[in-house]
Ligand binder design. Structure first.
Ligand code: B1M
Length: 268
């Protein structure tokens, strides 16, 4: 029986009707110097309009002005791609526009990645990460991977649409302390559960901490499937990954009651 997927994340129609143009050059980036604030808006707009050939023209001047790579990701890049998602949801954008915007994000990340990785601290552990089977979204997963790498993790990135069996092979080969699943689609987020079940069935569950993330994922979902940590964003992922290899490594995540309910529903 298919699982009843309840993402607990509701869209608010008023939020979806709010066009980012209304707040452009008004209430955002006010704490940044004027020249930076202007380029932030340009970069954000460049992502929204999918002008990927020009993306680097905005990234380099911002880096030269002393803006950190992390601020770029969590600031104008995030608000830009979020607006693309809003427009797609409201049928203002279609797939080709979303693909162009994704190319902007990727072009920016090509420049930013070496700067983030250069911060790499002493090795603290290994993390296997991948987007789950059926899902091709990888921008968020790539950001999480690079932040984890900068924090000192050796990251084995399995890419997109990763079958559960590939996670198993990677766990056996790389012996990670952490396994991370990314999922952006409500239709396939169930594969996080399937992958976790296979890890358990293969007798590997006690060897790894499982972290989950992605737009439709929530703490309740993580508790239901028995993941050890839910990560709303890349910075949280780094904190939780450090906790998983540090003082909190013996904590077990998940809520047994919720997980039992899920198993009961499945066997019905
Ligand atoms: Co798609 N897409 N997309 N898409 N896309 C979404 C996810 C959607 C919400 C858009 C919408 O309707 N508003 C919607 C899903 C709806 C749903 O499931 N309910 C959707 C859809 C429907 C689809 C298609 C089905 C469209 C179609 O074909 N008709 C299709 C699916 C293809 C497939 O996967 N099989 C599709 C395709 C695509 C593109 C290929 C065009 C492109 C992806 C390009 C790529 O990734 N290389 C794309 C994009 C860009 C998006 C949106 C607009 C942006 C996603 C993104 O990159 N966000 C997205 C809208 C949205 O999410 N609001 C959308 C920026 C990124 C930094 O954030 O990925 O959330 P995010 O990652 C964060 C956190 O979530 C967290 O940390 C990250 C960094 O802070 N995190 C983790 C993520 N993974 C983690 C793993 C961890 C920890 C934390 O592990 C430890």
């Amino acid at each position: 029986m298919p699982l009843d997927i309840d993402t607990e994340i509701e869209f608010n129609i008023e939020d979806l009707q709010y066009d980012i143009e209304q707040s452009r050059a008004t209430d955002r980036w006010n704490d940044a110097p004027d020249n930076v604030k202007d380029i932030f808006h340009e970069l954000e707009w460049n992502i929204i309009e999918g002008e990927f050939h020009e993306t680097t023209d905005f990234i380099n001047p911002l880096l030269e002005s002393g803006v950190s790579a992390r601020t770029l990701i969590s600031g104008p890049m995030s608000t830009g791609i979020a607006e693309v998602g809003r427009r797609f949801k409201m049928d203002e954008y279609f797939l080709p526009e979303v693909m162009m915007s994704a190319k902007c994000m990727q072009a920016a990340l090509v420049i930013i990645k070496p700067l983030i990785i250069a911060e790499k601290a002493e090795s603290v552990g290994t993390c296997v990460i991948g987007t789950i089977q059926g899902d091709l979204h990888d921008i968020g997963k790539n950001i999480v991977s690079m932040m984890l790498e900068a924090a000192g993790f050796d990251v084995v990135d399995l890419g997109v649409s990763t079958p559960p069996e590939t996670f198993i092979e990677a766990i056996r080969e790389h012996k990670p302390q952490i396994v991370g699943f990314s999922a952006l689609l409500t239709t396939t987020m169930n594969m996080q559960w399937e992958t976790l079940k296979l890890i358990t069935a293969e007798g590997l569950r006690d060897d790894v901490k499982v972290m989950v993330g992605g737009a439709p994922i929530s703490q309740v979902w993580a508790d239901k499937i028995g993941a050890d940590a839910y990560c709303a964003d890349a910075l949280i992922a780094v904190d939780k990954a450090k906790a998983c290899v540090g003082d909190f490594k013996d904590l077990v995540g998940g809520a047994p009651e919720l997980r039992d309910n899920l198993l009961a529903m499945e066997s019905e």
